[in-house]
Write a protein that binds this ligand. Sequence first.
Ligand code: PEP
Length: 242
Amino acid sequence: MKPLIAGNWKMNGLASSIAEIHALIDEFSGAAPDDRDVVICPPATLVATFAAEFSDEAIQIGGQDCHPAQSGAHTGDISAEMLADAGAAFVIVGHSERRADHGETDATVRAKADAALRAGLTPIICVGETEEQRKAGQALAVVGAQLAGSLPETADPFVVAYEPVWAIGTGLTPTTDDIAEMHDFIRAKTPAGMRILYGGSVKPANAAEILAIDNVDGALVGGASLKAADFHPIVMAAPGER
Ligand code: PEP
């Protein structure tokens, strides 16, 4: 499978931040390598500009969320069709910050993933347990329930991102054994051929170790995707297609 490294910029980035993508392309000596997929998910305000600017350099653009409906009376929301129209190829759905801050349920996340597929986008569907759930030995059960409730029923490609909530933005990561156990578990519950990313405090210093784990097909990277100097070594740490 071709590895996928996606950067989630969250609510960070202004028009001037395009300089970081130019810096990333310079690190790649002109274009992203074709043996891995490189995706940047900037805030919605930057999707169209970035998509127009970087299509020749093999940097793909994604949204960070979409509404389940195609259009309508949903002030402030953005549909998957709008993201596709702006040039996005991917969209993150069900990130733990949206599940927590916006009360998104598994059913909402599945509806958003369905919407993404309807619009021709590849959804990156996030799942992951809290610290309390892991400490209580419930990590596999929690993620299993999220998968059962959030994954679309489709033969179209989608991506699952395992992001333990307690590892996001904290500098903490699960042990390699725990990541391997969870990714094996997700593989068994996901249609063949879908990429499974790990996310949560991936940095240049730990990327190679994490990306070498069986059934880790790439990474979803938050803080370390904002700077080309951090994101480039993470992208390059992914082993080639396997
Ligand atoms: C994320 O929010 O998707 C994420 C993985 O964040 P960080 O890399 O900063 O932990």
